[in-house]
Ligand binder design. Sequence first.
Ligand code: GLN
Length: 514
Amino acid sequence: MQHEKIIVMDFGGQYNQLIARRVRECNVYCEIYSYKRDIEEIKAMNPKGIILTGGPNSAYEADSPTYSKELFELGIPVLGICYGSQLMMHLLGGHVCKAPVREYGKIEVAVDRSSAMFGDVSEQTICWMSHNDYIEKAAPGFKVTAHTPDCPVAAAEDPERGLYALQFHPEVLHTQEGTKMLSNFVYKVCGCKGDWRMDSFVESSIEAIRAKVGNGKVLCALSGGVDSSVAAVLLSKAVGQQLTCVFVDHGLLRKNEGDEVEAVFGPSGPYNLNFIRVNAQQRFYDKLAGVTEPEKKRKIIGEEFIRVFEEEAKKIGAVDFLVQGTIYPDVVESGVGGESAVIKSHHNVGGLPDYVDFKEIIEPLRDLFKDEVRKAGLELGIPEYLVYRQPFPGPGLGIRIIGEVTAEKVRIVQDADAIYREEIAAAGLDRSIGQYFAALTNMRSVGVMGDERTYDYAVALRAVNTVDFMTAEAAEIPYSVLQKVTSRIVNEVAHVNRVFYDCTSKPPGTIEFE
Ligand code: GLN
């Protein structure tokens, strides 16, 4: 079945993925494409509506991202947000220029409730603004439907042509009634019925995977993390015995994790995944010896992963497809396919070597956010304790050890991390904190222990709260808990004499360290 679809055209804004996210929360399927996509391709996708995102440029400058005016004549409703709204006005004959007063943050906006966008919205409503330019004059045919003291055109529309413009960002939760506005666009303006649900994601993925794979053999990279577990179970539902799951113990897993994963997904567990465990620890340590540069480490780990899979694939005969549990934030941060800047290459995305010995890679979760993946996991009947597992990145402890990776450093960070997790759980905080782990800094400093001088490593503790893993804040862990963890780590873990707590949010930090 063909689902109703909204298309988001990416002009390089910071919150584009959130737009798609909010639309999906309205039960309408949504995809993001670059503004460079040809209009013929957009037409062929037959969208119910199109949303133009924000972006860093100024619409009136010659080399700024732009689009064919024809987009506004297709008879498909278009909503411009921030840069998107400015571009719409600029292209259709309005006037956009540098604003005398720029607006940033929460601003009270007066809206006209006779607009379909604002019918159920308060007359004065708090919206999130972030702009230096503004629409001084709306384009001919448009009616102004919202303003602020500093912004004469905070919203405008031409309902006859189905064109809507918002200077603020409805997708950001700081815009208190933003979800209502997006829902109004999708339902009232575009006439969607809401035919997309998480369970239809599972169903339609199974159908799509079957159609693609046919009788082919599939190899899945199972790490035991939430994403790859959901991908593996989804594949096993789709193609059953054609699937083999390979679990590589790369020696960069958390303490005892290899055995735990084997216990759940191995032959004695509840699933039928044709599970193979490869113990490749030493191989990875050898490759990583002497390497300190984070991107290089990620690439080496990603590449070695693929090599190990190739070897396994050869043992089980010809393999046609390789499955990976890449999810949407991985794709965005790697700067693949989007207009946003590269933050770091993901081991499933940017780290792929040019030559891969499989016919094709399948990434069934590529369009989902973490919490959507969890919903799909529950839908597939995966037990809650697995679905709500701590996220753990593909390169594992390799990117929680700053600088060179050695077996000894792995042992240190494993032990420190195990203590940290134990104490967080003992304090009853394990479900309320989004993600928490120990990392090993590359710093050694002087300490004193048993009257003797020490010169040992410092462990960093990280704990963040986040909804979508795109932004995060350091968690406020009670000091007594931090104290207990600190004293246990310095006492129980050899070669650690200092413990730090990382207070940085994301941005400007990232959740992981490298
Ligand atoms: N660059 C434009 C401005 O400063 C648009 C900003 C945005 O889309 N957030 O007004």
